[in-house]
Design a protein around this ligand. Structure first.
Ligand code: ADP
Length: 469
């Protein structure tokens, strides 16, 4: 049932299928129609030829019979009939009273069955009798009454015609199959550029826009024009994408400095403003948090925009993870009101290939998320696991978790999980995390259970001691 639907979809649901089907039907009808018409004309000509020969043989018999005294003697009639009859074609005479006169032996008169069938249709007809085929017809009707009939044995011609039909059917089938194969190949060739175009479309992303080109050397004019238009469209999109990146980069840059000044001013006011009322202090603290959030957002936008234009600098150098993680835990603990638990292995020194500043940024981002998406008291763990091939840093929480269908998507820009509380984020942080970690030659992965918590893991390449020194 499924494969049936699959075939129906392939045949009717694609341009190639529709073209093939239309050509198959046309070719089939054309072939069959032409062959049937050819056979019909051949058969008609064959019998017409026999009929004309019979009529020619009987041409003079009407005058000869008319000249005989009335009523004509049976013997004279028989002599006339014998003069034009032979083993293949028997002529007989039907008198006014319906009685029949046949040529004498050794010529065989037609069977009673043949006579009866012939009488039923005086105009030409083909009758099968005792496995032989006869063309019968009333050849002449005399003015004085009575008529001359003929039965011509056409078995040999019929046999030849049957063999001709068999050959025709064989040739027809072979030609049909060959034609359908050729049609299939041609239709495939015709739609190939369209297929290529669609495959290319599937692979185009914002990153590959600039290097995506559509060129067909030997495509039909319509498809070449479509490809040209598509190429131009790609160029326009690439240009506008690059303008957009420049715009985001410029805006982020321009906004960062005033925001830093505003943040610094608020911080200073909070520190030195002993006379501030509680409500004023609360307002300034909210303003400070919002400034910080805006700074993070702008930093993320700037990183992404630099990543897109290839200007993001992420170094890969040996980084001792234990001190770095301790520093991150301290930093995170100073801003979060909950316990950030650090779980480290016993190894003395674990060194990964990474960018220390960027790694710190990534971890703080993940810890911030872990706190944001779990209950106020739920602990967050920062753990380091080591194996010979890999060093893994895990940020674990006991929060809301990520639905399975969103776990891949949330690493893309502006994507948030369906269970994320409204208005609490931009959906940019994880895309920056992935960008930075991959820039260090590492990978990010997520294990999560809805309602039970998430584990974001950074997989980094370890640096061998020999490499390091
Ligand atoms: P946002 O600013 O929305 O936090 P991110 O890119 O950092 O943007 O995260 C994308 C989405 O991934 C979030 O909106 C949230 O739905 C989900 N997410 C990220 N971290 C966690 C987590 N620790 N627990 C549950 N969901 C998370």
């Amino acid at each position: 049932m499924t494969s049936q639907r699959h075939w129906r979809d392939r045949l009717l649901g694609t341009l190639q299928g529709q073209l093939q089907l239309a050509t198959y039907v046309t070719v089939f009808l054309g072939f069959t129609g032409a062959s049937c018409a050819g056979l019909w004309v051949s058969e008609r000509n064959l019998f017409r030829q026999h009929s004309m020969m019979v009529e020619q043989s009987a041409a003079g018999i009407a005058q000869a019979l008319e000249r005989l005294p009335d009523p004509p003697s049976r013997l004279r009639v028989q002599q006339q009939l014998e003069s034009i009859s032979d083993k293949r074609t028997i002529f007989w005479f039907q008198q006014n009273d319906g009685s029949l006169i046949f040529p004498r032996s050794p010529l065989q008169p037609p069977s009673a069955y043949l006579l009866e069938r012939a009488q039923a249709q005086p105009s030409q007809q083909v009758i099968t009798d005792a496995q032989r085929r006869f063309l019968t017809k009333e050849v002449q009707r005399l003015p004085s009454g009575g008529s001359v009939w003929a039965a011509c044995d056409v078995s040999v011609s019929s046999l030849a015609f049957s063999s001709y039909i068999s050959w025709m059917i064989l040739i027809w089938s072979v030609c049909l199959v060959l034609t359908l194969l050729v049609v299939t190949v041609l239709v495939r060739r015709i739609v190939r550029p369209l297929r290529q175009l669609s495959e290319l479309t599937e692979t185009v992303t914002a990153d590959t826009l600039q290097n995506s080109h559509v060129q067909f050397s030997a495509a039909p004019e319509e498809i070449s024009r479509l490809a040209e238009n598509y190429e131009e469209l790609l160029q326009r999109l690439s240009l506008s994408w690059s303008h957009q990146r420049q715009f985001v980069s410029a805006v982020s840059h321009e906004l960062r400095t005033p925001l830093t000044i505003v943040g610094g001013y608020i911080k200073r006011t909070l520190r030195t403003g002993d006379t501030l009322e509680v409500s004023q202090r609360n307002g300034l603290q909210t303003a400070e948090q919002e400034t910080l959030r805006m700074r993070h957002l702008l930093d993320d936008l700037l990183d992404l925009s630099r990543g897109d234009s290839g200007r993001l600098s992420v170094s890969q150098q040996p980084v001792a993870l234990l001190p770095l993680l301790e520093q991150v835990q301290e930093l995170a603990q100073s801003t979060q009101q909950r316990s950030i638990v650090l779980l480290l292995p016993d190894s003395a020194e674990l060194i990964a290939n990474a960018d220390p500043d960027r790694l710190q940024q990534v971890l703080l981002n993940l810890i911030e998320n872990a706190c944001k998406y779990s209950g106020p008291q739920a602990p967050v763990e920062l753990a380091l696991l080591s194996s010979p091939d890999e060093l893994t840093i895990e940020v674990r929480d006991q929060g809301i978790g990520v639905p399975p269908e969103d776990q891949e998507r949330i690493f893309e820009r502006f994507q948030r999980a369906t269970n994320a509380p409204a208005g609490e984020g931009s959906g940019l942080g994880l895309s920056v995390v992935r960008l930075l970690v991959e820039g260090m030659g590492g990978q990010v992965s997520l294990r999560s259970q809805l309602g039970r918590g998430s584990v974001f893991s950074l997989h980094l390449r370890p640096v061998e001691r020999a490499d390091h020194t």
